[in-house]
Ligand binder design. Sequence first.
Ligand SMILES: [Zn+2]
Length: 399
Amino acid sequence: MDIRITNAVTRSSAGKTTEIGIANGKIARIGTSVGGAATTIDAGGNLVTESFVNGHLHLDKVYTLEMVGQDALGSYHGESMGGAMTAIEQASRVKEKYDESWIIENVRRAANLSVKYGNLHIRAFADVDTKAKLEGAKALIKAREEFKDKLDIQVVAFPQDGVVRDPGAFEYVEEALKMGADVVGGIPWIEFTEEDCRSHVDQMLDLAVKYEKPVSMLVDDAGDANFRTTEYLAIQAIKRGLIGKVTAQHARAMALYPEPTYRKLEALLLKAGMGLVSDPQTGPLHARVRDLYAAGVPVALGQDDIADAYYPFGRNNMLEVGFLAVHLLWMTTFDDMEKIYDMLTTNAARALGVDNFGLQEGMDANLVVLTQPSVWKALWEHEAPSHVMYKGKVVTAGA
Ligand SMILES: [Zn+2]
């Protein structure tokens, strides 16, 4: 073995300690005595789990709040999210100053926090449009390469200001994919007409098929019960055979749907194998996380923002995101907290199509050794892990 973790409590070990042996980047053995190793890590009776997965982060905008000002915060969060579109228009001002040279510095700061907190898979959105051009995407692709031995940054080419509304954005998205972006983005609800919303989805899915990329779209992210872009995205994913390739972010409007409309959507999400990422800490409305989880939809949580126009805090600490979700979703029982933890780890990996992920023999050794013995206490304290391991290598030791 390369690494042997002793005195580890796992989520399935019923409070008893066990050992985890790691060899060649994989979890080689889990059991009472895994044999000798070059390095031994004593977990001291604390919890060892999969590392964290961040289903949604605007990584190109981190730490821009002071640059853009507070106006968008009020518009996004006020009036039950009735002003979400105005917020996006206000926030888009920052892009007039977009330049890879300063964006990359902020991205590195957030990526280092990500490693510190064991948040090793990030679906990272970069605005790609006629204002931002390719500056954000360039910075994120650069960071992805710089950090590739420490974490997995999946770069989404994201036309934040629309595709029909912003002529030229389509070409920028395609250019970003040619440059090496990993995921096709989208935000169909922001278009002015129903027809344009659909065209937005169609155009982006065409790109996904052409370049054989997965899809992540911000859907129905406003307080309007009539928004239906999540539903349309699922229908089109099914029609194009993109089963399990599409992830929906936000979908907050579903909280306002009549029950039959919600049930229909839930069935479509299951049929499309579509994951859903919710960020209840960044807006007063949120997707029906509890119901979607119970139905078997892969639900993930996301950090969404770090000190940008839409949210003033964020440390890229998914245990902190989980702690907030426990409150906002009122999932306070021990059983509920286990579900929240799934949404930060295993379920989130399913939602994003991360392969070889899980605390099982044969899987990639993407692990965190926490400072607490249980999920409950880990969420309570939301401290940085004592050890973070990416593909079998310790990427940080101590906070
Ligand atoms: Zn977002």
